[in-house]
Ligand binder design. Structure first.
Ligand code: AMP
Length: 308
């Protein structure tokens, strides 16, 4: 079973109340690939980088079972660069710099060997790029999931609606769900988004967990109460990688299994925030992941004896 991923691979500079990094490797597809490859291989990566992107990072991903034949390397150009600064509560951040560089005219090319993918994760990128990837597929995947952000809602709502109409699952944060639907209630927001296309809607609330909506069902998974959140960058993408990696690995699209996938995504995101960039995702073993998932189960489990 393979998972096709499209998204940015980038350099990020991050400032949090606990520290600062200069130009570390990031990008949505980088986080997705590191998280998903814990569960499914190959991850079929589609992205673009400049000649400045470290060869060693590509080699480490390849060693994890990430097939990079869909990653274009533009030798004479620079990789996408993003800089952000977090506020003390870590739930909000300011974007300080966005240099599109190679992303500015990115034309994704899906290699022939990737065109029959059964599971697809469209990372946060221009909806034009997301649509182009869907259009190059030779068969309808079993599950297409996508991420997006307020910027695309503000600037390319028409194309974004076309993409939404073609996907099965949307993974976004609460503010984005409210903006997309025009509804404050997340229950109403999910219902409105269902009508736009996706039958599964996952709404992420940062340190307050994640909600999964499907038909009339709703499921909630908390975020693990961590003593220290060091750097939230990429937590959403890591969640997506864990969620889709687990679904691709299990091949089970039942609501019950998607609930498990939300817990797996939350567990992976809880690792991501413990260190800068993808550092922590590189270190963890399958035992660490299993233990962390058990912590979630313990956190969420309770028995009730209702006294009549
Ligand atoms: P997240 O914290 O989940 O929102 O994702 C952060 C990652 O998204 C960073 O590693 C950035 O490189 C990447 N990123 C930020 N802005 C954009 C953008 N406009 N397009 C694509 N990727 C982006």
């Amino acid at each position: 079973m393979a998972l096709l991923v499209v998204g940015s691979m980038a350099f990020d500079s991050i400032e949090t109340p606990f520290g600062k990094t200069d130009r570390i490797v990031g990008g949505a597809a980088t986080y997705i690939a590191w998280a998903a490859s814990s569960f499914v291989q190959p991850v079929q990566q589609i992205s673009v980088v400049g000649g400045d992107f470290p060869q060693q990072e590509l080699e480490e991903l390849a060693a994890r079972g990430v097939d990079l034949s869909g990653v274009q390397i533009k030798k004479n150009q620079k990789s996408f660069y993003w800089a952000g600064r977090y506020h003390l509560d870590m739930n909000s951040r300011d974007t300080l710099v966005t240099e599109l560089n190679v992303l500015a005219d990115f034309q994704p090319v899906v290699p022939a060997g990737f065109r029959r993918a059964e599971y697809v994760m469209l990372g946060n990128l221009s909806p034009d790029v997301q649509l182009s990837v869907i259009q190059q597929l030779e068969q309808r995947p079993r599950l297409i999931a996508m991420d997006t952000m307020n910027f695309w809602m503000d600037t390319q709502m028409d194309v974004l609606k076309k993409v939404l109409n073609k996907v099965d699952a949307l993974l976004i944060n609460d503010a984005e769900a409210r903006q997309l639907s025009g509804e404050y209630s997340l229950v109403k927001a999910a219902r409105t988004i269902h009508r736009m296309g996706p039958r599964y809607v996952v709404i992420k609330k940062g340190e307050h967990g994640a909600l999964l909506f499907y038909k009339n069902h709703a499921f909630f998974a908390p975020a693990l109460p961590l003593e220290e959140v060091f750097d939230p960058t990429g937590a959403g993408d890591t969640f997506a990688g864990g969620f889709m990696g687990y679904i691709a690995h299990s091949g089970d699209l039942s609501f019950e299994n998607l609930k498990t996938a939300v817990v797996v995504g939350s567990a992976m995101a809880s690792f991501c925030v413990e260190k800068f960039g993808v550092q922590r995702l590189k270190e963890i073993s399958s035992d660490d992941i299993e233990l962390r998932i058990r912590q979630f189960v313990d956190l969420m489990h309770f028995d009730i004896d209702l006294v009549q």
